[in-house]
Design a protein around this ligand. Structure first.
Ligand code: MF3
Ligand code: CO
Length: 268
């Protein structure tokens, strides 16, 4: 069942999404080689607590952390750990909060220092594909129009692997609501978009093959070929002429550009 939101509910969801954006901005300020993803998890847990929110992920189906930290060949749902991050790592941080009963859930991928140019290009194209999908999140389009726009930019035009096993989702009082939001599909297919549907759109794109597997920990999803994967996620409200993005990358990007340990060469 698809649940449409009222304007006042969307305002509350905007606050939840923005708290995630602000938390990821704190990460962008301090991220550097040598830091561990457990340290980032603690930073995020402390920050959301200070802002009167709780984690959407912690204890969700037994998930044991506040964030997912997915480095290099980890696609999504990576456990924070005590391995120091290295120059050249591709680091996706995904986080969800519950604020005043509403979920925010979004993700950003950072590049630490001098990375493989092919991986940097993957980051650029994956982020672009998210915005190409968002452009289609308007009334009377269908889920398949968003999905195809993402697949076209990544798989069809750039030869990357679009993960099939994991999808985006509706978002609201629950972390995962209907409908499912795949990153591949046919134009004109799937549920029709109506005003004030809130979607978490989250392309998970592999440099090589689309094949993935899950580690023994039951969560960590990795690429089969060991090549890098990139994940971006925005919370988006369907509107008549132009989708409303509830989360905000501009504050994360400003912090990213100001941090000399992060590679933003793909912006220019
Ligand atoms: N953004 C992801 C999702 O929507 C993260 C979920 S992690 C989990 O599924 F721990 F909450 F499962
Ligand atoms: Co999500």
């Amino acid at each position: 069942m698809i649940i449409y939101k009222t304007e006042s509910e969307i305002a509350l969801m905007k606050e939840a999404a923005m708290l995630v954006s602000k938390t990821l901005t704190e990460v962008a300020k301090v991220l550097k080689p040598g830091m561990t993803t457990l340290q980032i998890d603690k930073l995020c847990a402390d920050f959301i607590k200070q802002h009167n929110a709780i984690s959407s992920f912690l204890n969700y189906r037994g998930y044991p952390f506040t964030i997912c930290a997915s480095v290099n060949d980890v696609v999504v749902h990576g456990f924070p750990n005590d391995i120091p991050l290295q120059n050249g790592d591709i680091v996706s941080i995904d986080m969800g909060v519950i604020l005043n009963g509403w979920h925010g859930d979004h993700a950003y991928t950072f590049i630490l220092g001098e990375a493989d140019p092919a991986a940097i290009q993957l980051v650029k194209i994956t982020k672009e594909s998210l915005y190409k999908g968002i452009e289609k999140a308007i009334v009377n389009n269908r889920i398949g129009d968003i999905a195809f726009a993402i697949q076209e930019h990544t798989e069809i035009k750039n030869g990357y692997g679009v993960v099939r096993e994991l999808v985006g989702h509706g978002l609201g009082r629950s972390l995962h609501e209907d409908p499912q939001m795949p990153n591949y599909g046919k134009r004109g297919s799937g549920p029709k978009l109506k005003e004030n549907l809130v979607l978490a759109i989250e392309p998970m794109i592999n440099l090589g093959s689309r094949e993935v597997y899950t580690d023994e920990d039951g969560w960590t999803v990795r690429t089969r070929d060991g090549k890098p994967s990139v994940h971006f996620e925005h919370d988006v409200c369907v509107k008549r002429n132009k989708a409303l993005i509830l989360s905000d990358y501009s504050i994360i990007e400003a912090a990213e550009k100001a941090n000399p340990n992060l590679n933003t060469s793909y912006y220019s």
